[in-house]
Write a protein that binds this ligand. Structure first.
Ligand SMILES: NC(=O)c1ccc[n+]([C@@H]2O[C@H](COP(=O)([O-])OP(=O)(O)OC[C@H]3O[C@@H](n4cnc5c(N)ncnc54)[C@H](O)[C@@H]3O)[C@@H](O)[C@H]2O)c1
Length: 342
């Protein structure tokens, strides 16, 4: 039985604790949190789990084979590094780390120690996103020309990271996964309204080879909760609404334009307004699927699709978006990655 430790049981950690506790093949044997209040809450609900205030104490007591890190972003790198150096398998909540350099150091360390490094890009374990990818790979949507997404709500406002680092990892991970490509350039503009240096609203634009584009609008300063992602193909289009009952809707709609012509009279656009349908999707809690995949990869010696390299790819885009944000929205061109992460 694989022994799992959860580090950080604030808002999100208890959800991970619940899911790992329900899984077969593993047992949550320890929890670590600096806050006495959080430890007390967990001890009451899960009296069999050992609680620690200090991560080193948990590591030194040989209580776990794997750790799940659900602490603030700034702590991810150091905690993951220490865990890998103790030969533990590591699940890190998104984003994997603050910088791409930190991510590639974790990828190298996991490879040296032969341990699973898993990043919490939860949507890549969600059935609607897997269905969207299936629709793209089957050719039903045709050539995907662009993806746009909106992740909006009133709060929760973060004090440690911007809406870009907090919310956009979800959208970026889905965009890279669905297009199966890394962007060539990244641009981002935004607004820091509630505090000087932390952006509450961000607009991110990614350009890919083959004249493809993806856009994400993320904000915790919006009156309505919205979680949508639209995939536009040259045959069909699909909308993923995570708050709807029927989460994916495929539209048989499109526009075709004639080839380039100098004669304006010949330029006839034709629109196609076909029907729409919602494919059947097996309901499963994405977090449970994600936790199950981490355990499966450890037990079967498999590489997860949300591995350290995937974490690196998303952080690389976040990093470029942040530079763009700080230089007034100038596009940042990404260089080819080197080493283990290429
Ligand atoms: N996948 C998702 O949908 C999702 C949703 C929410 C949060 N998250 C991620 O989960 C992580 C945590 O977010 P949260 O909202 O739970 O934050 P939070 O601030 O509510 O909780 C973090 C907890 O970590 C503890 N902590 C901080 N530093 C520590 C350390 N060095 N050792 C032990 N404990 C420490 C704090 O005491 C706190 O209880 C973030 O990376 C966030 O991006 C993911």
């Amino acid at each position: 039985m694989l022994r799992v430790g959860i580090v950080g049981v604030g808002y999100w950690g208890p959800n991970l604790l619940r899911c790992f506790s329900d899984l077969e093949g593993c047992v949550v044997s320890a929890v670590c949190d600096r806050s006495p209040t959080q430890r007390e809450t967990i001890s009451k609900r899960f009296p069999q789990v050992q609680c620690y205030s200090d991560f080193n104490e948990l590591l030194d007591n040989d209580l776990v084979d794997a750790v799940v890190i659900a602490t603030p972003t700034a702590t991810h790198f150091e905690l993951a590094r220490q865990a890998l150096e103790h030969d533990l398998h590591v699940f890190v909540e998104k984003p994997l780390a603050q910088t791409s350099t930190q991510c590639s150091a974790l990828v190298d360390l996991a490879s040296e120690r032969n341990r699973v490094l898993f990043v919490g890009h939860i949507f890549l374990h969600a059935a609607p996103v897997l269905k969207l990818r299936e629709l793209i790979l089957s050719g039903e949507l045709g050539n995907v020309t662009y993806i746009s997404s909106r992740r909006l709500n009133l709060g929760p406002v973060r004090k440690d990271v911007s809406a870009l680092y907090d919310l956009a990892p979800h959208d970026i991970s889905m965009m890279l996964y669905l297009l199966g490509q890394q962007p060539e350039s990244v641009a981002c503009s935004g607004l820091a309204h509630l505090s000087n240096d932390i952006h509450d609203v961000c607009n991110l634009t990614l350009h890919f080879a083959g004249n493809r584009m993806a856009m994400a609008h993320v904000s915790w300063l919006d009156p309505r909760k919205e979680r949508t992602l639209t995939v536009v193909g040259d045959k069909k289009m699909a909308v993923y609404d995570d708050l709807a009952l029927e989460k994916i809707k495929v539209y048989d709609k499109g526009v075709s334009a004639p080839g380039p012509s100098s004669d304006f009279a010949e330029f006839q656009i034709s629109y196609r307004y076909g029907g729409s349908y919602s494919p059947w999707i097996q309901e499963k809690e994405p977090l449970k699927s994600e936790c199950g995949e981490f355990i499966r990869c450890i037990l079967e010696g498999d590489i997860p699709h949300t591995d350290g390299v995937n974490g690196y790819q998303v952080t690389r885009v976040l990093e470029a978006a942040d530079s763009s944000l700080r230089s007034g929205g100038t596009p940042i061109y990404l260089e080819e990655p080197v080493g283990a992460v290429s």
